[in-house]
Design a protein around this ligand. Structure first.
Ligand code: SAM
Length: 279
């Protein structure tokens, strides 16, 4: 057991490009861990080298996670086990959630050392609403499943965030433009690296820009929320009110139609009373 860290699981966020983004707390945790569970020991080895730290590493990735998880949970009882991914925050489109779930079930001490994540870094550059966002990770590769996933979330009133690769970007933007229309969007690329950029525009404009020019590097693609729905017309309000009056008293009918169609409740109530008198 390491003298400085309590036994348990330490979730350590690492840089998404710029090694200076490793926090002092993350560096101290990696330096003090008894073992570091890594996706790729060459990638994490470079990071450890950068901070002058040598610690034992053990592989933890999609292909061996089920087999090695029980032993890691066991080790956390008496040792400090750090979890990192190749870049950014573990568990975010990266392995780790089952490790945390099982560590929690086993009553282990679990500590997070937060830091960079491409989803949040992308949102800070895009200039799209951030009060609500829906992180979608990677879209399915198969076109049918991709379209079904986009349609499922198209009406959600939130900025949508996707992870994407350069070669797939043009086709994904074309599908998004076809299914979601001319919504505002942003392509954030190579975040925290030398060629960081964020290109904004409508989905059709971005689809045209990248159609035959796949960009290099890692990408976060963001799509702004749908606009406010068109308010219902007077005729639609009248028809809905007449229908509601067949089931409800005037005050309730006016309330229901006002909520459903975004119309003025007082005006609907006055009209409902007039309809009753006329009828
Ligand atoms: N766990 C990571 C995080 O917290 O962001 C994400 C891991 S996921 C396997 C890798 C994807 O994240 C990339 O394909 C890309 O879409 C996005 N990404 C990672 N680093 C990035 C960067 N520097 N710039 C833009 N996107 C990045």
């Amino acid at each position: 057991m390491n003298a400085n860290l309590e036994p348990g699981l330490y979730i350590v966020a690492t840089p998404i490009g710029n090694l200076s983004d490793l926090s002092p707390r993350a560096a101290a945790t990696l330096a003090g861990a008894d073992v570091i569970a890594v996706e790729d020991s060459r990638v994490t080895g470079k990071l450890l080298n950068h901070i002058g730290v040598k610690r034992p590493m053990t592989p933890y990735h999609d292909h061996n996670a089920d087999a090695v998880r029980p032993r890691l949970i066991e080790r956390m009882a008496s040792e400090a086990v750090a979890l990192v991914s190749d870049a950014g925050t573990p568990l975010i489109s990266d392995p780790g959630f089952k490790l945390v779930r099982d560590a929690r079930a086993a009553g282990r001490n679990i500590v997070t050392i937060p830091g960079p994540s491409a989803v949040v870094a992308g949102l800070t550059l895009a200039g799209l609403p951030t009060d609500r966002f829906l992180f979608m990770g990677f879209l399915p590769a198969k076109q049918g499943q991709k379209e079904a996933t986009i349609s499922e979330v198209g009406a959600v009133r939130a900025t949508l965030v996707f992870y994407e690769s350069g070669p797939r970007l043009g086709a994904t933007l074309a599908t998004l433009a076809r299914l979601l229309g001319p919504r505002e969007a942003a392509v954030a690329r190579e975040l925290t690296k030398t060629f960081e950029e964020c290109v904004t525009g409508s989905l059709p404009d971005l689809a045209a820009r990248y159609a035959d020019a796949p960009p290099k590097g890692e990408i976060v693609l963001m799509v702004g929320p749908p606009g406010e729905p068109e308010p219902a017309s007077d005729a639609e309000g009248e028809a809905a009110l007449i229908e509601a009056l067949t089931r409800l008293p005037p005050a309730k009918a006016a309330g229901e139609v006002a909520r459903a169609l975004g119309l003025d409740r007082k005006a609907l109530y006055a009209r409902a009373m007039a309809l009753k008198t006329e009828g």
